[in-house]
Ligand binder design. Structure first.
Ligand SMILES: [Zn+2]
Length: 464
């Protein structure tokens, strides 16, 4: 049974969804004001692991991730670029989706944008007004945290006795521990984008969008809400307050938060020069599979120190797994695996599931994988690995890769490049440089391209 640490209770608990077999999951998506950085992608890859593992565990997953396309930063940057908010955020939304696909992140069917849900947000704010949780000031609407008894239950901050809290208008607090009444609706300001609504002209604050969109698609109470630890306060604390105040029902059953990512031991900051987008890392020659592997290799509740060394080690680990797959592909054939080998596969499968059931312990799950590779290689060297055994090993890898998604992630080699390599190999053969010819053939094979020499010339096919 899957057990997960729940930020709100501080305990590891069995995951028991409201409806048997269905997991309703909301994950906070990107604010599309710039390219997402590698710290953001730690959280997105973690969220991908969660939803992939729920699916692997036979849950039907209803996954919603929002796109924040209106807030202080998007408006500021769009104006600085002389672009409309819509065009500006469309560009960075597309970039985010492309980056997510590069990292093999399965995108949810529902990716609601904040600006497409202004009426839902207005309606939610109206409900809060009717119930007396808000007040107006200079055309803006604020949530009064003193009126919501449960305020602080997620972040474990003690706000009892707060009578009149100060107001905060910005979408992100500067002081992380500050208890402030937060803005639900911001009065229109000179030069800022706004909507004409029954609340008056203005735009939503950041927090309200997640309550409005999650409850619209998943209902007033749903199973799981994920994000980075930096969102616990104030963003998720405010989401709970708004949602539960409006509905009178519990908002979320399991809260999951991924820890920070450090770069070379330090907090990432543009000013320190240790700030990397995914594109920066790809341009430096790092493979998507190695980046994804490194992000997955540390358990989500521990800080991850992202280093160049770590990336090289991750690349070596992926290569070891890919080499193993290649060997198993060469070797595999018809026939049942031996009962001894079938038992090895079963044991590895069971341990893999046990590791992930234990609060998504990815480092233990990867260790299981490498133990398995070692045992299979041993049998192969002893000459006791049958074609059926190799086939079973391949099937096992295919199965667990549904969760990890780190294998066979190299971009497909374009046909023209393949033809060029084949010509180079033919040239090497003509000058009787067979070592070079073999090197080219093996290189292509490692990229999933298999050559076949026939009397009519060289044929090739993709091995996947
Ligand atoms: Zn959110």
């Amino acid at each position: 049974m899957l057990r997960l640490y729940n930020t709100v209770t501080g305990n590891q608990e069995p995951f028991q969804p409201l409806e048997a077999g269905v997991a309703r999951v909301y994950t906070c998506g990107p604010t599309v004001y710039d390219y997402a950085h590698i710290g953001n992608f730690r959280t997105f890859v973690f969220q991908d692991l969660v939803t992939r593992y729920l699916r692997y565990s036979n849950y039907e997953v209803m996954h919603v991730m929002n796109i924040t396309d209106v807030d202080d930063k998007t408006i500021r940057n769009a104006h600085a670029q002389g672009m409309s908010l819509k065009d500006y955020t469309a560009k960075y939304t597309e970039a985010f989706l492309e980056d997510a696909r590069t990292l093999n992140i399965e995108l949810p069917a529902l990716l609601p944008r904040a600006t497409d849900h202004i009426p839902e947000m207005v309606q939610l704010i109206r409900r809060l007004e009717e119930k007396g949780y808000t007040y107006r000031k200079d055309g803006s609407v604020y949530f009064s945290i003193a009126r919501f008894a449960g305020y602080g239950k997620l972040s474990k901050k003690d706000f009892t006795g707060i009578q009149a809290a100060g107001r905060v208008d910005s979408d992100e607090y500067e002081k992380k521990d500050d208890a402030r009444d937060f803005v639900l609706w911001k009065a229109a300001k000179e030069g800022e984008d706004y909507w004409e609504t029954e609340l008056g002209p203005g735009r939503p604050g950041w927090h309200i969008e997640c309550s409005a969109m999650s409850m619209k698609y998943l209902g007033p109470t749903f199973d799981m809400h994920c994000g980075g630890v930096d969102l616990i306060f104030p963003h998720h604390e405010n989401e709970i307050a708004q949602s539960e105040a409006a509905t009178g029902k519990p908002f979320v059953r399991h809260w999951l938060h991924a820890e920070f990512l450090l770069v070379e031991g330090e907090k990432m900051a543009k000013s320190k020069g240790n700030y990397f987008t995914l594109r920066d890392l790809l341009a430096a020659g790092h493979a998507p599979a190695a980046i994804r592997y490194l992000l997955l290799s540390v358990n989500y509740r521990r800080q991850l120190n992202f280093t160049t060394d770590g990336l090289h080690q991750a690349a070596a680990s992926v290569r070891r797994l890919e080499d193993f797959l290649l060997r198993m592909r060469e070797k595999s054939g018809a026939g049942e695996p031996s009962s001894a080998f079938a038992a090895v596969v079963d044991a590895a499968h069971q341990k893999f599931v046990e590791a992930l059931d234990d609060d998504l312990n990815t480092s233990a799950a990867l260790a299981v994988l490498f133990d398995f590779v070692r045992s299979a290689y041993q049998l192969d060297e002893q000459g006791t690995l049958s074609r059926g055994d190799a086939r079973a090993a391949l099937n096992y890898f295919e199965d667990i890769n549904r969760v990890l998604a780190v294998l066979r992630m190299q971009p497909e080699l374009p046909d023209a490049d393949i033809m060029k390599r084949i010509e180079e190999r033919q040239a090497a053969r003509r000058r009787r440089d067979f070592a070079e010819a073999d090197r080219i053939r093996d290189g292509l094979l490692a990229q999933g391209i298999q050559l076949e020499d026939t009397k009519d010339g060289v044929r090739w096919k993709r091995n996947r």
